[in-house]
Every structure is written in C-alpha cells, then in structure tokens.
Design a protein around this ligand. Structure first.
Ligand SMILES: Nc1ncnc2c1ncn2[C@@H]1O[C@H](COP(=O)(O)OP(=O)(O)O)[C@@H](O)[C@H]1O
Ligand SMILES: [Mg+2]
Length: 324
C-alpha cells in the first residue's frame, strides 16, 4: 500500500505532524534514520517520502544521520520515488555556505560572510575582515542557534577561540558574519509548503539566539524580567514583501525544496538579509492558535498534510494501469 514515509532523526518533533496526518486519514509511517540496513538492489516501498533530516542531528548523538539520509535519498531517487525535500534540500540544510551561494545566485541578499577552516586562522580572519566591529561567529552546519555567538570585537572573539569553551564545528567550517542590527529585536521566519509562501512569523530575539519554534524546544520564561508580563516569542504576521516572496519561491523551485522556513533580518538602513534556510521546519502551536490557523490547512502541519496528500494521490494514480 502506498503511504507517506517520514524520514527523520528526532521523534520529539513528530507529534504535530502525526496529528495532522491522522486528522486527514492519511496512511503514514516513520523512518528513524540513525541506524539501519538498506538493500540497494531492492525497490523501496511504494509511496511518498518526506525528508525531515535536521542540520542539528549531530547534537542529539546522531552524528551520521545526515550522511545516512543522503545515501537513502540517492537510493529512493534511483528507484524513481517521489521525495519531498529531496537531495537538493538536504544539501542546503547541512551547509550555510551552500545556502548563501544559492540564495545570492537567485538575487536574494545575505549578510557578508567569511568562511574559515582551521581553529588557528579564525582570530586573524576576524581581525582582517571585521576590525573594530562586532562580528557573529556560527558553524556552517547549524541548527537551533547552537554555537551562534555575537562578539563585540575581534579581540573578544580571539580570546574565546583560544579558550577551553571553544567547540569545533562538526564539519570543521566556521563562518564569520556581519552583525545585522535590527531596530527592534526581532527576526522574521517565512514558512513555505509545496514551494509556496504559507505565512510569516516574527520571532522575538531578546532572549538569545536559540529560536527553535517547536513546543519541545521551549526554554520557558527564564528570560522574562520579574514583574513584566511575558511577551509572546512567536507572532504570525501579515506577510512579506512580494518581491522577496517571489525570489524565495523561485530559489526553492530551482533548488528542489518543497518545505522550508527561511529566516531574515531587516536593519535600520532598510536592507533585508536572509541568513538561514531550514528545510526541517517546526511550527509554533501557540502562535498558530492565536492566529486562528491551528487545526486548519493553513497551519504548518495542516498544509504539509494537504501537500503530501496531493502527492500521494498522484503517486497512487501513476501506479494504476493505463485506463484504470
Ligand atoms: N548575521 C546576524 N546578525 C544578527 N543576528 C544574527 C545573525 N545571524 C544569526 N543571528 C541570530 O542568531 C540566530 C541563529 O542563527 P542562525 O543562522 O539562524 O543559526 P541556526 O541555523 O543554528 O538557526 C538567528 O535567528 C538570529 O537571531
Ligand atoms: Mg535559524
């Protein structure tokens, strides 16, 4: 029987999707890609495959899940299976440098970024490219904001890199990036499903850089000053400017990405810079509830279920004999 196969490595992120699939009566199963055996000569089961491999998989003790997923996707595509967020999506998920190259190629501006390999060369690169300026240091393979740090100057960055607190990025690649100063402490994350804009959510960054929207990632109100009402961290907003939306949709079409959350910041000078493409995107249930989207096809999980349902119907139609 044709079904939806969800490829992932974090069970904690599945429940909202499971709920939407079940509400739509969709047949589905999960593939937990941490360990496994795959006979490359045998055809994969029928159905639609939805890749949700995450750039941060190595932080959950799944160091090789991304590599395993790339191999499994090659097997699936060799057998002609429909893969949602296929090899092109995984390729960008695990490399910000490749994201930025593809974005710039499609006319989408990204922050000025310097790629550095080798711990011993980072301090000198910061001094050379960001003298006397604040600088953001982040791993090339990111996720959840882990390892993203703002330094007031290249001196404080140099001291950090030489200290015991330094942790090498999993792929050995470090990015030094211009600090984009927003007039208000917010970033915008635009959600796309089936390659089309769904909604945008404004995220309050005053509590730090770890911005995972999933409920299971919530860190509570620890950052809320005593006596102040906690502000909602995620708020769904009207939309994004048409030219940006159209460029991003084109970028997604060309790179083969069906589902993504794309993050950008606008600075006081009016520049809008895209700095993160999440092909494994999670949605904030409270924000969706407040916007009246929860449980509908306009929520993130609801839109994904509807999109996969259409794909499943197409695949099932293709496997019918002609004229049936
Ligand atoms: N160049 C930048 N200027 C200002 N803030 C940034 C910049 N890059 C990242 N940040 C902040 O850090 C957060 C995490 O960075 P991001 O590049 O999205 O890493 P990840 O892939 O781990 O989510 C962002 O959502 C934003 O709040
Ligand atoms: Mg991010």
């Amino acid at each position: 029987m044709s079904r939806i196969h969800v490829l992932h490595e974090n069970p904690a992120w599945l429940p909202p999707l499971a709920e939407a699939f079940d509400r739509n009566g969709l047949p589905w199963t999960e593939w937990f890609l941490h360990e496994g055996t795959f006979d490359l000569a045998a055809p994969p089961p029928p159905g639609v495959f939805y890749n949700r491999m995450s750039a941060s998989s190595h932080t959950r003790d799944h160091r090789y899940s991304a590599e395993l997923t790339a191999a499994v996707l090659a097997w699936l595509t060799r057998w002609g299976r429909r893969v949602v967020n296929g090899p092109g999506a995984l390729d960008l998920e695990i490399s910000k440098v490749r994201q930025y190259a593809a974005l710039e190629q499609h006319g989408v501006a990204t922050p000025r970024t310097v790629l550095v390999a080798g711990r011993g060369t980072i301090a000198a690169a910061a001094e050379r490219y960001y003298p006397g300026q604040p600088v953001i240091m982040k791993p090339n393979r990111g996720g959840k904001g882990l390892g993203v740090q703002l330094f007031a100057s290249s001196d404080s960055l140099a001291a950090f890199v030489e200290s015991d607190a330094w942790q090498a990025p999993v792929d050995g690649l470090t990015l030094l990036q211009e600090y984009v100063r927003a007039p208000r402490p917010v970033i915008t994350r635009a959600e796309f499903v089936g390659g089309r804009f769904l909604y945008a959510v404004e995220v309050d960054t005053s509590g730090g850089f770890e911005l995972c929207p999933a409920d299971v990632c919530a860190i509570g109100d620890a950052n809320c000053p005593v006596g102040e009402a906690p502000r909602d961290k995620f708020t769904i907003v009207e939309g994004i400017p048409d030219p940006l939306r159209m460029r991003l949709e084109r970028f997604l079409a060309v790179t083969g990405i069906d589902v993504a959350g794309i993050e950008f910041i606008s600075d006081a000078a009016g520049r809008t810079l895209v700095y993160d493409v999440n092909t494994n995107t999670n949605y904030n249930p409270d924000a969706e509830h407040r916007a009246g989207l929860a449980g509908t096809d306009r929520s993130g999980p609801g839109a994904i279920a509807a999109f996969l349902k259409r794909n499943l119907a197409r695949v099932a139609g293709e496997s019918l004999p002609p004229g049936a």
